[in-house]
Design a protein around this ligand. Structure first.
Ligand code: NDP
Length: 478
């Protein structure tokens, strides 16, 4: 019997996806560059379903029914191009190549075109949920031609996570749209994680709580508006004891955050699009700053500033304040991420359905959270929504949280605790709700030193003042 679908790349993600597909009764052909890994896969999991092992690319391709459907799950970057190059001569017109790794959306656009020249249909699909999600039900963000999606829809929706009977998989848009949405998902994940880290820092070093108590607080938060996978596992990470010291494992972990690049891509693209993506970008920078461990050691001896917690100020209501500040900052981070997707959708002509994106993020993926239901509802009600902060539910939630948010940001500043995501989110909020900001001065300065011109509030046109000469204003666009 021919296999209905093939998976090449049997590291943890590919292997688990293949197993997930097979568990749904679909015959799967498997392949890996290093054949030993394929053999190992068959030894361990061959009995779980209808697998055919392709030792070589040729036998792998030959095992597939037509049009062939091949999921490529290899290391992102050049390896994907290598695999496409190797497969292309063996495929026939109409075959579908599906890159399910974390590829950059621009690469996906390029590969879509290049494959089309060979009559191949290329899809770039985002898969979130880590190894467990890949096996038990990830969130899947498929991009590519709609008619190609139709041929893999049944498999993808069946293996995806399900929330209230709805699969966490829906068509995203053409070419790079799926990988783009996955990229923003990962960017939001960076912001979420940074906000959680800042909340922990405040609870520990300003509120002066023990790690075990903070674990309990996160458990408690996970029963309310903040309910989410990341809050849930934060409680678990905090509660973990170190086998060698008996203390919190956390205290034995080096405070240098690593990154694989999707957060950085999200910020880079926000800069290109001109979207104020402050929370995610601060989260990326915070990881970068954390990596300067040796410099920080030196600086900690030399630079003046308060020692967190040394002021022994009142901690009355502080835990509740931090919870509210975390929630309000999170709303801002998501509002910004969704604004970025809106801008990208327009720039690339993707016609993204943002309510549907919130829907498929409710399960399977790392940022799955209760409040995505609210985001979905907001975009269902108004698909043209400019900013989530303007929706009644979020507007009221932030209005309710803002006093606490301000107290937390000023307290942290006074006590010398860096909370870049909390404070930049508040700065964004205040900047966004300000009818008239100080950019008039920026324009004045630009016109002074560079004759860049400015617009006036009372008249149409572009103007320049001869600041250093006679001080006269001239209209420059007539
Ligand atoms: P890795 O990213 O570690 O990649 C290893 C796989 O890529 C192996 O099968 C390896 O084959 C293959 N490979 C590497 N270079 C080449 C090449 N030049 N030609 C052919 N095959 C090659 O595997 P993961 O399973 O962790 O991730 C796969 C993809 O999924 C990546 O894009 C990753 O970013 C993405 N992803 C990962 C998640 C995770 O939690 N790990 C979550 C979501 C997405 P060989 O055995 O021969 O070395």
């Amino acid at each position: 019997q021919e296999s209905q679908i093939g998976v090449t790349g049997l590291a943890v993600m590919g292997a688990n996806l293949a197993r997930n597909i097979a568990r749904h009764g679909v015959p799967v052909a498997v392949h890996n560059r290093t054949a030993a890994r394929t053999t190992e896969f068959m030894e361990h999991y061959g009995g779980e379903g209808d697998f055919t092992a392709g030792e070589t690319v040729e036998t792998f391709v030959a095992a597939l029914e037509r049009p062939r459907r091949i999921i490529v799950m290899v290391k992102a970057g050049a390896p994907v191009d290598g695999v496409i190059e190797e497969l292309t001569p063996l495929l026939d017109e109409g075959d579908i190549l599906i890159d399910a790794g974390n590829s950059h959306f621009a690469d996906t656009k390029r590969r879509t075109q290049a494959c089309a020249e060979h009559g191949l249909r290329f899809m770039g699909i985002g898969v979130s949920g880590g190894e467990e999600g890949a096996l038990l039900g990830p969130s899947i963000m498929p991009g590519g031609a709609r008619e190609a999606y139709a041929e893999v829809e049944a498999v993808l929706t069946s293996i995806a996570a399900q929330v209230d009977g709805t699969p966490c998989c829906t068509y995203v848009g053409p070419d790079g749209a799926g990988h783009y949405v996955k990229m923003v998902h990962n960017g939001i994940e960076y912001a979420d994680i940074q906000l959680i880290a800042e909340a922990y820092d405040l609870l520990r070093h300003v509120a002066g709580l023990e790690v075990a108590d903070i674990a309990g607080i996160f458990d408690d938060w996970n029963t309310g508006d903040l309910e989410s996978f990341l809050i849930e596992i934060t409680a678990k990470v905090l509660a973990q004891r170190d086998e060698s010291t008996g203390g919190p494992l956390l205290d034995a972990i080096v405070d240098q955050a690593e990154q694989k690049g999707t957060g950085r891509w999200t910020s880079q693209d926000a800069l290109e699009l001109g979207v104020p993506l402050t929370a995610i970008t601060e989260a990326v920078f915070a990881r970068t700053l954390s990596s300067l461990r040796e410099e920080r050691e030196v600086a900690s001896q030399r630079l003046a500033g308060p020692v967190p917690g040394a002021a022994k100020g009142s901690t009355d209501g502080l835990v509740d304040d931090i919870q509210k500040a975390l929630y309000a900052s999170k709303v801002v981070a998501y509002a910004q991420g969704f604004q970025q997707m809106t801008a990208a959708s327009q720039a690339h002509g993707w016609d993204l359905d943002l309510g549907a994106m919130a829907t498929i993020w409710r399960g399977g993926c790392i940022i799955r959270a209760r409040f995505l239901n609210r985001i979905r509802d907001a975009y269902v009600e108004d698909p043209q929504l400019e900013n989530l902060l303007l929706v009644e539910y979020f507007r009221d939630a932030v209005a309710d949280a803002q006093d606490a948010w301000r107290r937390v940001v000023s307290r942290a500043t006074e006590e010398g605790v860096a909370i870049p995501a909390f404070s930049s989110s508040l700065a964004y909020y205040d900047g966004y709700r300000r009818e008239r900001g100080p950019a008039n001065l920026i324009q004045g300065l630009r016109d002074f030193f560079g004759a860049h011109t400015y617009r006036r509030v009372d008249r149409e046109g572009a103007f320049h003042t001869r600041w250093a000469q006679d001080g006269k204003e001239v209209r420059t666009d007539t």
